[in-house]
Write a protein that binds this ligand. Structure first.
Ligand SMILES: Cc1cc2nc3c(=O)[nH]c(=O)nc-3n(C[C@H](O)[C@H](O)[C@H](O)COP(=O)(O)O)c2cc1C
Length: 491
């Protein structure tokens, strides 16, 4: 791995020229607003590190946009960039996953995170510059780029997930894990026994662990093992005395506490990844924080979900594409040429699968699996299958295929009552069950007359090669008058 922990990672990112520092901004709407503007207006946005935040000591920093570029993602995952093609990176990462063996964490006696310890009445979460992200949020958010650790009370395995945490009080956080996510399932199991759910939260972890906690790691596999598998060595953990949970020894901040089985507080609204404040404000569980560990000059990691493109959707679309591609193959779908979870759908709502059709029903099977496997199911809206001549990452190509190869009457199936959440802007305010419907769209040539489908009207590779030979690349330069460099084969 090319770096050592979050601080080493920041040095590498600075070396890549992808670290932007901003000093003197306020935690109240300025951090989130600046990140929103940077991510919306720059084609490749840097990681953004805020320091000298108003009201906080120098050194109490906030970092956004950790995984917002392919170079930072490659650094974090240890997957070299072999080309500029995003599809090559998706393919390389999925092969890394196929070869990966999980590596459990190693327990250590001490670590940098234990430099300072606040317990009981000394706990004061306002000590840290948790941002008020978006203008219409219901409060400050303590957890947006963090790892929430819970243990399955039945199986005993430890999950790490990124579930947002609203800052309610000096020792109370709102806890929102969508029904169906592993953290919510673990909590439900404790609650159904009338017991509180022990929870640890790690902020400012190795970006690789945060990465894992934002992705659909399979049920029963801990994000520690997954991240250790990608890294090829175990992640160091301390045993939390309050919860018994393993916590990252090199994190910047660690909280331990429990989620109450009964007490609920208003949570939200919060600007969410589909680009709206759709979840409104609802009653949600709370976490009581009993112990806080932190390093000197802590780096508080945050993410600013918002109208795409934002600072947290980039890596998720790319990596989800790899995971869906593998899920398709594991379910027997051959000849997949690429998968792309389009950033405009927050990397979830629009999935495109490129496929060489081999048999009648092949494309439909791919569409249904891609839209329902664990990596692709949550809050998908459209899953398109295109032919192998379509690059799924090329939006023009995809829209052309949709316009020219889809017969809406027969090529669109609607799947009803699928997995969604209150983040879906189409779920009416006040609903308590979160279903959505989705379309499985065949944007590919009809299999039954595949060979007789009209030929594509474009310069063939042979004609292109001949013309480039004859005129050179100057044909693309409007400032040059081009002439044949070699005689035409016709004479
Ligand atoms: C910035 C960010 C914020 C997120 N916030 C939430 C959230 O508040 N609640 C939630 O259920 N999932 C949230 N997610 C998505 C989950 O982290 C993701 O679905 C992950 O796979 C959950 O882990 P699990 O599969 O182990 O349940 C967020 C992801 C990111 C990147």
């Amino acid at each position: 791995m090319g770096y050592d922990g979050l601080r080493g990672w920041l040095e590498e990112v600075a070396r890549l020229g992808e670290l932007k520092e901003i000093r003197g901004a306020h935690w109240d709407r300025e951090l989130g607003g600046l990140v929103d503007m940077i991510y919306r207006e720059l084609p490749v946005a840097p990681a953004v590190l805020f320091d000298e935040i108003e009201g906080y000591p120098e050194g109490y920093r906030v970092l956004f946009g950790e995984l917002g570029s392919v170079r930072r993602l490659a650094l974090t995952l240890g997957v070299p960039l072999r080309s500029e093609r995003i599809l090559d990176f998706i393919d390389d990462y999925r092969h890394r996953l196929l070869d990966m063996r999980s590596v459990p964490p190693v327990e250590v006696a001490d670590g940098p995170v234990a430099e300072h310890v606040d317990e009981g009445p000394a706990v004061d979460l306002f000590k840290f510059p948790a941002p008020f992200h978006h203008e219409l949020d219901g409060g400050r958010y303590f957890g947006t780029a963090h790892v929430v650790l819970t243990r399955d009370p039945e199986g005993g395995w430890v999950n790490g997930g990124t579930y947002r945490l609203q800052l309610h009080d000096r020792n109370v956080l709102g806890f929102y894990s969508t029904p169906g996510k592993h953290g919510a399932i673990h909590a439900q199991k404790y609650f159904s026994r009338g017991e509180p759910c022990p929870v640890a939260v790690a902020i400012g972890t190795d970006p690789l662990l945060w990465f894992a906690s934002t992705m659909e790691v399979p049920t029963g596999v801990s994000e520690y093992e997954y991240a250790g598998g990608i890294r090829g060595e175990p992640l160091p953990v301390l045993r939390g005395p309050v919860t018994g949970l393993p916590v990252p020894a090199d994190a910047e901040i660690v909280l331990e506490g429990e989620v109450d089985p009964v007490e609920r507080r208003q949570e939200g609204p919060f600007g969410e990844w589909p680009g709206y404040y759709a979840g409104h404000s609802r009653l949600e569980p709370i976490m009581r924080v009993k112990r806080v560990l932190y390093r000197s000059r802590p780096i508080f990691t945050s993410a600013n979900p918002a109208r795409p493109p934002d600072d947290q959707g980039f890596h998720r679309g790319i990596v989800r594409s790899s995971m869906i591609w593998n899920a398709l193959e594991m379910n027997g779908i051959t000849d997949v040429r690429g998968v792309w979870c389009h950033p405009s759908g927050g990397g979830r709502m629009l999935t495109i699968v490129s496929l060489k059709q081999r048999y009648a029903g092949h494309a439909k099977q791919a569409a249904l699996i891609a839209s329902q496997c664990r990596a692709g199911a949550y809050l998908n809206r459209f899953t398109l299958v295109v032919d192998e001549d379509i690059d799924p990452t090329n939006t023009n190509d995809v829209l052309w295929a949709l316009c020219s190869r889809t017969d809406p009457e027969k090529d669109i199936d609607i799947i009803r009552q699928a997995w969604a959440s209150k983040a879906d802007p189409l779920i009416p305010p006040g609903s308590t069950t979160y279903y959505n419907s989705r379309a499985a769209v065949l944007a590919c040539k009809p299999f039954e007359w595949l060979e007789r489908f009209p030929a594509v009207a474009e310069a063939s590779p042979a004609l292109r090669e001949r013309l480039l030979d004859r005129f050179g690349r100057s044909i693309y330069d409007p400032s040059v008058v081009s002439h044949p460099k070699v005689a035409s084969p016709a004479g």
